[in-house]
Each structure stands twice: as structure tokens, then as C-alpha cells.
Design a protein around this ligand. Structure first.
Ligand code: DQA
Length: 267
């Protein structure tokens, strides 16, 4: 279990996270005000949507305002890169510099790090060359430095497909090995079997791992994976308020009802 403020991630009901996807400061704060009125456990600020995401000083100023508006509600900051379904590209050095500034600001509770940003699957899953080993070691050290200030969520997104079971497993092991607090995987199903595979995989891995795990099968047919976390082992579910930040998200109030219902049956 990972504790963030009052929120226990990895025990009981899956926690509800909703994202702010606005492009300017005023709308970001307005969106936070709306989210605060909902039963949302964690608020995610998707900075890749923010027009000024390239300027860390502007990001920090907005973050300060946002933090004030949240009254202690846990805040996750995510820069989702274009390669993993986000809305902006960013060089690795700038990505790390931005996340470093955010972690050091003391204004956020959790940060999302894309583990495969600089690596191909083949580089990490097979025998690693000395050069790859060194780069991965460097990533681990950076993650450890972030962890001094924030909880680190290590993510992998595939908007094209659901990889085969062996690849899912390798990727999760790699995320775990990177030293993050919470591994997260979001994949796209081609059919209902892919949704089942992801849920089965989640169940098996959640039983073996000593960390909370977050998974989701995206798109409409994957929606079931967003409510079944308590049954199959996904600790956080992402819901929408207006605009979805990923396909298949369910509205947070409906999500809350469904999670409550399942939770009661588990007592
Ligand atoms: O990683 C995730 C999960 C997500 O992609 C989803 O499918 O709900 C939504 C993103 O905002 C978030 O950063």
C-alpha cells in the first residue's frame, strides 16, 4: 500500500483519479474547482495539455495556484508524451528537468514517469548491452532522486494494441525494476479477449507484487476494466468529468456508485 495524504492506494476500493486537461492557467484552476466538488481521491494535472508546459517557471507558478485551490487533495502531475498518447513532444533532458523542478517544488504528491521513454522493448527485455545497462541505471538513479520528494508512478501506454502476455509481463517487471512506487499500464484492446487478458494479467501480477498496480484496458470495450479493480487488482481508476483524458473513461459519479456497489459486496 502507498499512502498519499488520507488516500491509501492499494487497499480497499480503487481510488478515483480525474484529470485536468485544460490549456491555460485560468481554465486549469476553474477545472480544479469543479473537481473538488466531486468525490475524486486524486487529481491529475496533465501538463502536456498546458500551453506553457515548455516553460518550467510558468508551470511552477500555475502549480502554486493549483496547489492552493486543492486544499490538500492529492495531486498527481503527468507529462504524457506524444509517443504514449499525450499531446506534446518533449526531449528527454527537458522532460527530466521539468519533472525535477516539479518534484523539488514540494507542491505535488505524485509524479508520473514514462519508463520506456528512452528504451525499446527489445533493449530492456533481452540481454542488455553495457550501454543500455548504463542508461537504465541512470534512469533508476533519477527515479530514486524523485522518490525523495514524491511518490513515483511508472507508466507504460500502448494506444495501438494489447501486447502478448509475455511482453506485458516483461514490461511490468521492467517498470518494477526501475524502482517506482506504483507501476501503471494502459493498453488498447483489439477485442474482448484482449480486455480479459489484461484483467487476468492484472489479477496474477497484483497477487505477486508487493506494490499497488494500476492497469486499464482503454476504449469502450475496455470500460469494464475501469470498474473491476477491487476484484482483479487495479488500485486506481481514471474517470472523466467532461472531456476524457483517454478513451473509455467513465464519468466519475457513475464510477463512484459502481465502485461502492462492488465494494459492499466484497465485505
Ligand atoms: O495514465 C493515465 C491513464 C489514462 O491513460 C487512462 O487510460 O485513463 C489517462 C491519463 O490521463 C493517465 O495519465
Amino acid at each position: 500500500m502507498v499512502q498519499v495524504g488520507d488516500v491509501s492506494i492499494g487497499s480497499g476500493k480503487p481510488k478515483i483519479c480525474a484529470s485536468i486537461t485544460e490549456t491555460d492557467r485560468k481554465s486549469i484552476i476553474a477545472a480544479a474547482d469543479i473537481l473538488l466538488q466531486k468525490r475524486v481521491d486524486i487529481i491529475e494535472w496533465r501538463i502536456d495539455y498546458y500551453r506553457e508546459a515548455g516553460h518550467w517557471d510558468m508551470v511552477l507558478e500555475t502549480l502554486q495556484r493549483l496547489k492552493m485551490s486543492l486544499y490538500g487533495r492529492p495531486l498527481l502531475v503527468t507529462f504524457r508524451t506524444k509517443e504514449e498518447g499525450g499531446s506534446q513532444e518533449i526531449e528527454t533532458a527537458a522532460y527530466r528537468e521539468l519533472l525535477d523542478h516539479i518534484a523539488q517544488s514540494g507542491l505535488v504528491d505524485m509524479i508520473d514517469v514514462e519508463i520506456f521513454k528512452d528504451f525499446t522493448y527489445e533493449e530492456l527485455a533481452g540481454d542488455r548491452t553495457p550501454e543500455v545497462k548504463e542508461r537504465f541505471e541512470n534512469l533508476k538513479q533519477w527515479i530514486e532522486s524523485l522518490r525523495q520528494r514524491v511518490v513515483v508512478v511508472g507508466s507504460y501506454h500502448n494506444f495501438d494494441r494489447t501486447p502478448e502476455d509475455a511482453e506485458l509481463k516483461d514490461r511490468l517487471q521492467i517498470i518494477d525494476e526501475s524502482g517506482v512506487d506504483i507501476p501503471k499500464m494502459a493498453v488498447m484492446p483489439a477485442n474482448r479477449l484482449d480486455v480479459m487478458r489484461l484483467m487476468m494479467f492484472t489479477l496474477q501480477m497484483a497477487e505477486q507484487m508487493d506494490k499497488p498496480l494500476i492497469t486499464m484496458s482503454m476504449s469502450r470495450i475496455g470500460s469494464i476494466s475501469r470498474i473491476s479493480g477491487e476484484a482483479f487488482g487495479s488500485a486506481v481508476t481514471f474517470g472523466s468529468i467532461g472531456q476524457e483524458s483517454a478513451p473509455g473513461q467513465l464519468p466519475v459519479n457513475k464510477l463512484e456508485e459502481m465502485l461502492d456497489m462492488i465494494h459492499q459486496n466484497y465485505q
